[in-house]
Design a protein around this ligand. Structure first.
Ligand SMILES: [Zn+2]
Length: 209
């Protein structure tokens, strides 16, 4: 059975999720504190299949270079979000936190990512290239900064779009009650918990089933 492990990291308390089974794992959103992430993964897994990024903000990708170097693994991101890590002038993170993130690691497009168990859903609104990773076997959704347990991601940063966000949330609200939501910040929660009132954005759309 797959194991999902959380490593909270960095000054804005980002969630780095490790999802693994049988000595192999994926690392989702290594934002900061690379050493903490690397040492935990080394102790629990022999191989990192890939680093998967929900979007291009520094608090989700800041540790990519060190972690990818340590495990010699590919890194996937939606290429619409390359703007946040390639061209300094348009980076949301720079304006907000004074962080200048330019990754050296070559990045691969999520359009080329293949795992029969994982569906990559486009869930824009926080950024144009924001995605949600659905792990079908464990009924898990890694939602990045789209859907949190109690709230939603900001749409007032460069590239954000409130109407796109609502459309993405409406889509995520169609996930069954027994799906677990693993967000980019805040704790995890089941769709049922979230939809029964904790998150007004989801409650409005979700049909209980
Ligand atoms: Zn973000």
């Amino acid at each position: 059975m797959k194991d999902v492990h959380l490593i909270v990291n960095g000054m804005v308390q980002g969630n780095c999720w490790i999802v693994g089974e049988n000595q192999e794992c994926y690392i989702i959103d290594p934002g900061d504190e690379a050493n903490k992430i690397i040492s935990w993964v080394e102790r629990h897994y022999a191989k990192v299949k890939a680093i998967l990024l929900t979007h291009g903000h520094f608090d989700h990708c800041g540790a990519v270079d060190e972690v990818a170097e340590a495990f010699k693994c590919p890194v996937y991101i939606d290429f619409q979000d390359l703007v946040y890590i390639g061209t300094p002038t348009k980076k949301a993170s720079e304006a907000l936190f004074g962080v200048d993130l330019v990754l050296k690691t070559p990045l691969k497009s999520l359009a080329d990512f293949k795992d029969d168990n994982i569906t990559v859903l486009k869930t824009p609104g926080h950024t144009p290239g924001s995605v949600t990773f659905l792990f079908k076997d464990i009924k898990a959704a890694f939602t990045g900064d789209c859907l949190f347990k109690y709230s939603i991601g900001r749409t007032d940063l460069p590239g954000g779009d409130y109407n796109e966000m609502l459309a993405s949330l409406k889509f995520l609200a169609s996930l069954p009650d027994d799906y677990m939501i693993y967000p980019g910040h805040e704790p995890a929660g089941s769709m049922k918990e979230i939809a029964y009132g904790l998150n007004p954005y989801i409650s409005a759309y979700h049909k209980h089933h």
